[in-house]
Design a protein around this ligand. Structure first.
Ligand code: FES
Length: 110
């Protein structure tokens, strides 16, 4: 059986520690699912990735413009959660594919 090459590398900071996670497109539905599975963040993903709860808030530390795109529902949840910049996203709205390769992410407290 062929194992798919893990060609996507992410650097995820949580509780002051940064972990390097390697994956491939399709292994995880979105970044929230990856964080929940790999880092065991308690309380993340309450709405199951529907962009409603805001528990999957992350800061993108080195994102390019492709990841700055936010739909209106996501923007409303972020505004409700905090009063801050465009580097914040809901992890459940970020697909894990080649566009996130090399991304540095800081997980905020759910
Ligand atoms: S999991 Fe609820 S907003 Fe992302």
């Amino acid at each position: 059986m062929n194992q798919r090459e893990k060609n996507i590398k992410l650097f995820i900071e949580y509780n002051g520690n940064t972990q390097t996670i390697e994956t491939f497109a399709g292994e995880y539905r979105n970044l929230m699912v990856l964080i929940k599975d790999q880092l065991w963040v308690e309380g993340i993903g309450e709405c199951g990735g529907m962009a409603r709860c805001g528990t999957c808030l992350v800061e993108l530390l080195n994102a390019d413009e492709n990841l700055a795109v936010i739909d209106s529902k996501e923007a409303a949840v972020i505004r409700r959660s905090v009063n801050t910049p465009a580097t914040l996203r809901l992890a459940c709205q970020i697909l894990v594919d080649e566009t996130v390769n090399g991304l540095q992410v800081k997980v905020l407290e759910p």
